[in-house]
Design a protein around this ligand. Structure first.
Ligand SMILES: *Cc1c(COP(=O)(O)O)cnc(C)c1O
Length: 391
């Protein structure tokens, strides 16, 4: 019940155990094309360039930034949590000039502050996290998309923690590159990073196309500055996922099968039904936590539905509570990073864990553990409150 990685859907585990195929096998390239179509559905986009990068979510982030940014480029990074800092760290490695829009942890940023920064530095790219699990807050991407559109900047969004659990309407947001992972609300293992890229962003990336020596020429090489990474060169990766099938890496077949199965499950359930299920489980968890006499962290109007920050009450041993949840009840909850380390626990309701029994069992266990710590949690109140929300 942490904020990811989470329990993997049994169908995904099964998909990962089937025999492998090489990436040029016609059956396998059929699966690759299917993955592209499935993820267009999951990302709510018509973007042709929608596929998966092999590696954890960070691989998607790094591919997006290193393929877009070149030395000297201006980038505006919305910094309102642990993963905003990661975006800046990667952008700095690209020798881009980072301008921060600072947001307070637990709050949303003011879109006007983003607009002011964009108008001032005229960046090539604005980079922002949608739902940052470190703070449990979802940022107002739609407003930021409008700003980027008006000022001609590309918009990159890290939707790792929300894809498959909250709406990630890539086209409606006017976002140019959005990346994610499987181990949050997609209900899979870490190791595959879904990505979608607008034609405008793809055009910029292809302008930096470099032809690897020894490979058949893919047509015109771009005349822009070569992308600094080979593995994360999205121009090469797009040529690999295109009908050209230009060799790049050996596709991680088991991860592709996992990514495919995750998306099939998400779309079978239906996006709206899935978002509603996550919202209901999150609301029940929040109600249960409050009924136990605890305080939920952050601006509740903008809280992610799929993760709940619980402020550790005075007098209890923060680490021991987390450890006892695991050893006595087999329930894993999350600790916190940076300024919130030792202060809040993070409880996820993601993927298969966004379910009534998982919420009720977690609340019952937390109540027992807190009482062992001497905290007077009212008996049964958490479960009752959650049941009240589930109806
Ligand atoms: C969990 C999370 C990540 C994790 O990246 P990995 O490389 O998969 O560990 C990245 N970004 C956000 C917003 C996350 O919530």
């Amino acid at each position: 019940m942490g904020p990811g990685p989470i329990n993997v859907h049994p169908r995904v585990l099964r998909a990962m155990s089937v025999q492998l195929l090489g990436q040029f096998d016609p059956e396998f390239t059929g699966y690759m094309n299917e993955v592209m179509a499935l993820y267009r559905g999951v990302f709510q986009t018509t973007n042709q360039w929608t596929f998966v990068v092999d590696g954890t979510s960070r691989a998607g982030i790094e591919a997006a930034l290193v393929s877009t940014l070149q030395p000297g480029d201006d980038v505006v990074v919305v910094n309102a949590g642990r993963f905003g800092l990661l975006l800046a760290e990667i952008a700095e490695r690209c020798d881009a000039k980072v301008t921060f829009v600072e947001g307070e942890w637990g709050q949303v940023v003011d879109p006007q502050a983003v607009e002011d920064a964009v108008a001032r530095v005229k960046p090539r790219l604005v980079a922002c996290v949608h739902g940052d699990t470190s703070t449990t807050i979802a940022q107002p991407i739609e407003a930021i998309g409008e700003i980027c559109q008006r000022h001609g900047a590309l918009l990159y969004v890290d939707a790792t923690a929300t894809l498959g659990g909250m709406s990630v309407p890539v086209d409606a947001w006017k976002a140019d590159i959005v990346t994610a992972g499987l181990q949050k609300c997609m209900g899979g293992p870490s190791g595959s990073a879904p990505i979608t890229i607008s034609d405008k962003a793809a055009e910029h990336i292809f302008s930096r196309r470099h032809v690897e020596k020894g490979l058949a020429a893919p047509g015109t090489a771009g005349n822009g500055r070569r992308i600094a990474s080979n593995y994360f060169d999205l121009a090469m990766i797009m040529d690999y996922w295109s009908d050209k099938r230009l060799n790049h890496h050996t596709e991680a077949a088991s991860m592709l099968f996992a990514a495919r199965e995750c998306a099939r499950i998400v779309l079978e359930e239906g996006l709206e039904a899935r978002f509603a299920r996550h919202a209901l489980a999150g609301a029940a968890m929040t109600a249960g936590i409050e009924a136990l006499g605890l305080t939920v962290y952050g601006d509740q109007a903008h809280k992610m539905t799929n993760v709940t920050g619980v402020i550790a009450p005075a007098g209890v041993d923060y680490d021991r509570v987390k450890a006892r949840m695991r050893t006595e009840f087999e329930i894993e909850i999350g600790a916190a990073f940076g300024p919130l380390a030792g202060k809040i626990w993070r409880i996820g309701t993601m993927g298969v864990n966004a379910r009534k029994h998982a919420v009720l069992q977690t609340l019952a266990a937390l109540e027992a553990v807190l009482r062992w710590e001497g905290f007077a949690a009212p008996a049964g109140a958490g479960v009752d409150a959650a049941l009240g929300v589930f109806g």
